[in-house]
Design a protein around this ligand. Structure first.
Ligand code: G3I
Length: 359
């Protein structure tokens, strides 16, 4: 069955196969998941998270953020991030590192710094220490996260107030000096559906910082969306085509597709599968799209219900670790793409070099 026929016909048949294994067969670099620390004592969770055939890449959901790595100035703590990085080291899974400079989960002492020089020094020290600690272990770093507003303005965060757009340029430069092997990403949400004000502003921002000498290798589209309201494959491909003119690679970095009304029935479950397939299909059909990361894989640990009460069930496994139709849809689509040779050659994998240099 060819790729397009699969989309139309057999989307919800249970299939055998595992996500990363079939993603690689289809020519992607990885299929990954975010992992947060509270789930690490749950054996049902770990059995799946640690399976490299299911997830070829892990992203610490919180462990590497500023509030976890430098809550007090000059005191660096890596326990939470290391817990996940060490799993990846043991299993041979790739690590996507997240995130160095973000306005959220930012300790108060950073927000109270206003001079340009002070902020520049603080950003330098943070990146040198954190990216230095993980040097050689990250396939990619989300260097700057969510710097733009939906209306296209720069987000008025403490770094921007102190340094203007230079904080972005500076962060990428320091990240490259610190870990030259890592792919350096700009990562944001609501930049999937072409082409809104935020996408246009993101493109302008990437141009600005690259012109100023920042090494931006990738753009991460987070991919948080709602069942039945998700961007179409065509819309996402259009966005990726525009991003592909600017950077070496693009990726879906935090995908989850939530139901806005609970409980749900079979029709909603089926629609969720279709929506996930649009994302995976878009990535498969764009040569610079290297992989897909889901923002955790089970509803048991999804961030959605806390942030959006009454919404949820956004993940590929339910809270009892049953695979949903969306899981089978994705595996089937990837298998179909692999057998039809949709992507004729896999994207080159500099990550191999990263894995062997792990400290
Ligand atoms: O660590 C404290 C703990 O000490 C306390 O007992 C507990 C009480 O609620 O809160 C814990 O902190 C929570 C933290 O996650 C760690 O679990 C915060 O309340 C909670 O707000 C925080 O949420 C995280 C969120 O980022 C913060 O914005 C989510 O887990 C995390 O999945 C989410 O991830 C972000 C990406 O980094 C960037 N893109 C959007 C995405 C979803 O918001």
């Amino acid at each position: 069955m060819n790729f397009h026929l699969f989309l139309l016909s057999s989307a919800f048949v249970a299939v055998s196969g595992q996500l990363d294994k079939v993603a690689k067969e289809a020519g992607l670099l990885y299929f990954g998941t975010a992992v947060d620390n509270p789930s690490l004592n749950n054996q049902n969770y770990l059995r799946i998270a640690r399976d490299p055939a299911e997830f070829g890449s892990l992203t610490p959901a919180n462990g590497q953020k500023w509030s976890n790595t430098q809550a007090s100035q000059g005191r660096f703590t890596y326990g939470s991030g290391d817990a996940i990085a060490n799993i990846a080291r043991q299993t041979g899974q790739q690590l996507r590192c997240h995130t160095l400079v973000w306005y959220n989960q930012l300790p108060g002492w950073v927000s109270s710094v206003y001079s340009r020089d002070q902020m520049q020094q603080i950003i330098t020290a943070h990146i040198q220490n954190v990216a230095g600690h993980y040097k050689g272990r990250c396939y990619a770093w989300d260097v700057v996260n969510e710097a733009m507003e939906d209306d296209g303005r720069y987000r008025n965060n403490p770094m921007y107030r102190a340094m203007g757009v230079d904080y972005i340029t500076h962060s990428f430069k320091v990240a490259q000096q610190t870990d030259p092997a890592a792919k350096l990403y700009y990562n944001d949400f609501n930049i999937e559906r072409c082409c809104n004000a935020k996408i246009n502003a993101t493109i302008a921002m990437i141009r600005t910082v690259k012109t100023a000498g920042a090494p931006v290798h990738g753009i991460g589209m987070q991919g948080h969306s709602r069942v039945g309201m998700s961007p179409s494959k065509r819309e996402m491909k259009e966005t990726m085509a525009r991003f592909s003119e600017l950077v070496d690679e693009v990726a879906f970095t935090e995908v989850d597709i939530r139901h806005t009304k609970l409980p749900i029935g079979a029709a909603e479950r089926e629609q969720q599968g279709k929506d996930y397939m649009e994302v995976v299909g878009a990535c498969l059909e764009m040569p610079k799209c290297v992989g897909i990361t889901v923002w955790d894989f089970t509803d048991q640990y999804s961030w959605i219900p806390q942030q959006y009460p009454g919404e949820g069930e956004a993940c590929l496994w339910d809270r009892n670790y049953n695979k949903k139709p969306a899981y089978h849809s994705i595996v089937g689509l990837l298998q179909s793409a692999a057998s039809s040779g949709l992507r004729t050659s896999a994207t080159p994998a500099p990550a191999a070099a990263v894995a062997v240099t792990a400290a």
